[in-house]
Design a binder for this molecule. Sequence first.
Ligand code: C2O
Ligand code: CU
Ligand code: CU
Length: 469
Amino acid sequence: MGADHIGLLTRRAMLSASAGAALLGFVRPSLSQASQSHRIAVARGQAPLTGPRRPATDVWAYDGVVPGPTLRVRQGEPVSIVVDNGLEEDTTVHWHGIRLPIGMDGVPGISQAPIRPGEKFVYEFTPPDAGTFWYHPHANTLEQLGRGLAGALIVEERSPVPVDRELVWTIMDWRLRPDGQIARGFGNMMEAAMSGRIGNTVTINGVVPTVEPVRAGERVRIRLINAALARIMALRFEGHHPVVVAIDGQPCDPHVPKHGRLLLGPAMRIDIVLDMQGEPSRRYEVIDDFDEELKYSLVELAYDAAPPMRMHPSEAPLRLPRNPLPTPDLKAAELRELVLQGGMMGMRGMGGMARMGRAAWAINSTSMTGDGHAGMPPLATLELGRSYVLRLRNDTAWWHPMHLHGHSFRVLSRNGAPVPHNQWADTVLVAPKETVDVAFVADNPGDWMLHCHVTDHQTAGLMATLRIE
Ligand code: C2O
Ligand code: CU
Ligand code: CU
């Protein structure tokens, strides 16, 4: 594709955006910052997670920052990302949620050889879908992700979305000692059989945030990314009505979630549009009350003193353009049941934990542990091009954000009740004892990981591969 063509596209997009902006009173159309080639270095670094006055934390970082740089690319155009491994151990990068060829999926031993210390790997793919995605290692994932290796990957829509401003909140959870350093003990089996390694310090874009400055009347798109190892969040925006416009990067029917609570398990993303309807100079809390007893204020929306930018909320449509996802044929779909097993039953000891050796968890009585490996037969073999319904039946007492690589699936039902708003996802949160049906077209050949994204659960057996051929 020639530069002229790109120029033309951008110019046309800008023209229509500025026409729209004039009509709707937007300050400025968002200009694309996308670039199709990137290079990131993986190495040890330091990050001022708790602010400039506290000691910096030793981290493992992409390009020396946590989260890693927000990579912006254009939908439908080839991307090339060089990854230099400056760690003392193997790594890989997984482009979470992107539908790409298996060889670019970043699972060591399955999709590629691990990137050895001092070596590099060039990832090349063409993202078919616009949306909010992220990247993280798939080697020694528990420790590498837990020490800071994660970043946002934004695939921009072909024409700008009519909002005044866009924010990316990459949310991470850390277990810090009093001296500000990351606590050891990754891969504690007790924890792995329960809720996983939940930390004590939650950061947005690498700092414990106090305020997010906003202006009355503006319309903001916020891309929420839960990049925590294990922490499930339920976010409430005091005094505001976030409209969910996309889940895991995939547009849905715009809707205000039940009780205004945004449930965000590890690896999940939600794009919201927020009309800043609060009063100038006031502050409004964003609260995570997933665990009612441990609820905390994540950040405050801090209004400046300026008069509202517009008196009534914008009437610009909130619906994002659909991505080119294949529609599963539900009548012809084959049903595969996946039973999630293991863990401790409730909080009362190991009584209910199945005897599975080093594994605490299983899917249909088999446990793949670690980061995914080629040494085990696939849990199921699916026929290329066919539609499937996966029935995720959670037989455990714990929540599991279940993730499938290389595909996005339609979320059909929960305990038999249809899921509204046309929701697609790559990671679906399954509550204790809940059954969730999802459907997808097995259109991407390869051995694809299917695992819980509570990283301790993944590495302790809640993982399998689906072979598509
Ligand atoms: Cu983000 Cu295998 O996962
Ligand atoms: Cu993934
Ligand atoms: Cu889990």
